[in-house]
Design a protein around this ligand. Structure first.
Ligand code: GDP
Ligand code: IMO
Ligand code: MG
Length: 429
């Protein structure tokens, strides 16, 4: 068997949680391979709504094992809050959850550093989720980080204090008042108390050597789906740097984030919204800051699942989409939120850019710094409610035209169209 991947092709929030949940019955194992509590993956069924941050979106299927891989970073406090929410809703969690020993820990002071760095950047700030993502991955590559496996060792507290002291020195150099800053409404020492009690709880979970486990699963014919967080345009190497997250969100991240060799990767499901959104700062060539953008935000309820911030909205960007498909080796496309375009008479699609008077058909390095003007094609909308359509044959012709247009442009088939937030609102093509 090979491991399949589902990942976002835009700037995150494409509906990964929903579609992983839809595909979960086809898999034995769902595994997160990067990111941390910056992610907010929404799943809706039976009138209930859940938002997951670190736990994989396969958790609602009692037959599926969920793995938090070594490439993920974990804030024990946020993680245990998430566990509790699920338990309170009678979801079987502990039995079906495995955590990699090599996953790095987000310390309370990582979150303070995130805030200090953002404050220091002023107008240039990334618009980070303030969950400590950047500083934790920085310590990982600086070879200073602490990992889940460290909590089981005798010297954990010593190592924790060493790293914390190091962080405090940096915070002081930023003149950041770390004692007054509140984390989740708590001051540092109150947060640390909750954090350490969460660490004790994590010790009771199944902590594994993820790379051996996943490879044994693949070799014994188990079906594995790797669940991405964020999106390709937020990738640390290929996204709109520096306005990106701090991990490899592209398909290659699965190899390092779970310990899977490249030849063991099978299908790559690339997920995208029928339009486009971005939360936080940074380039967004097809952004619509006018009435249409506001209508997309209203109709699509485009407010962050993790931070509640309004998402910036705009049109499908085919240049960026093709770039993402190339980087990820996408074999099947999944299009979400098509229903949000229900009442648009015409739909804009960005097919090229102009940069300082020069036409481009690719996403250039300069796009991170200089304004790319999007060039659009105009397509006809379907102008009808599709939120109850589940059969391919009942799709309005114009929706099919829109889908076929995207397939022609990208050379990749669209296999699922999502027409609402609920698990049942999908059309299989
Ligand atoms: P993720 O981070 O990729 O998992 O996406 P989020 O959960 O952050 O954001 C997607 C939002 O759109 C959530 O509120 C979902 O419930 C919702 N959603 C997912 N698919 C659809 C869809 O097809 N139509 C509509 N209207 N909402 C959707
Ligand atoms: P999911 O998995 C959308 C954005 C932040 C910010 C930048 C860096 O739900 O799609 P970070 O906290 O990672 O240092 O923030 O990345 N960002 C996301 N945007 N969806 C996400 O996750 C995101 N995770 C981070 O808004 O611009
Ligand atoms: Mg999200």
């Amino acid at each position: 068997m090979k491991a399949d991947i589902l990942l976002g092709l835009q700037w995150g929030d494409e509906g990964k949680g929903k579609l992983v949940d839809v595909l979960t019955p086809n898999y034995d194992i769902i595994a997160r391979f990067q990111g941390g509590p910056n992610a907010g993956h929404t799943i809706e069924f039976d009138g209930k709504k859940f938002v997951l941050h670190t736990i994989p979106s396969g958790i609602f299927n009692p037959k599926t094992i969920n793995v938090v891989g070594n490439g993920v970073i974990i804030d024990p406090y946020i993680f245990c809050k998430e566990l509790k929410n699920l338990r309170d809703s009678n979801i079987k969690v502990e039995e079906n959850l495995l955590v990699a020993k090599k996953a790095h820990l987000i310390l309370p002071t990582h979150r303070l550093l995130d805030a200090a760095y953002e404050m220091a950047k002023g107008k240039e700030k990334i618009g980070s989720t303030l969950k400590g993502i950047g500083p934790t991955y920085t310590d990982k590559t600086a070879r200073l980080g602490l990992r889940v496996g460290n909590i089981l060792r005798k010297d954990f507290l010593v190592k924790y204090n060493e790293l914390k002291e190091r962080h405090i020195k940096i915070l002081k150099s930023y003149q950041f008042d770390y004692l007054k800053h509140e984390l989740d409404g708590l001051n540092l020492s109150a947060y640390e108390e909750k954090w350490f009690s969460a660490v004790e709880e994590i010790k009771t979970l199944k902590i594994i050597d993820c790379e051996y486990y996943i490879n044994a699963c693949i070799n014994s014919g188990k079906r594995v789906l790797a669940e991405g967080a964020q999106g390709t345009m937020l990738d640390i190497d290929f996204g709109t740097y520096p306005f990106v997250t701090s991990s490899n969100t592209v398909a290659a991240g699965v190899c390092t984030g779970l310990g899977i060799a490249p030849h063991k990767v099978g299908e790559v499901y690339g997920i995208f919204k029928a339009y486009c959104t971005r939360v936080g700062s940074g380039p967004f060539p097809s952004e619509d800051v006018g009435e249409d953008g506001q209508k997309l935000r209203d109709d699509g309820n485009e407010y962050g699942s993790t931070t509640g911030r309004p998402r910036r909205c705009g049109w499908l960007d085919l240049v960026a989409l093709k770039y993402a498909i190339m980087l990820d080796g996408v074999t099947q496309l999944l299009m979400t939120k098509a229903d949000v375009l229900n009442s648009f008479a015409s739909i804009k699609v960005a097919t090229g850019y102009t940069l300082k008077g020069k036409k481009l058909d690719y996403f250039p390095f300069e796009g991170s710094y200089d304004k790319l003007e999007a060039e659009y094609e105009l397509l006809e909308g379907w102008h009808t409610d599709i939120s109850k359509v589940v059969n391919f044959g009942d799709m309005p012709e114009k929706l099919l035209d829109y889908t076929r247009y995207i397939e022609r442009q990208t050379g990749v088939p669209v296999k699922i169209i999502s027409v609402g937030p609920d698990r049942k609102q999908v059309i299989h093509l």
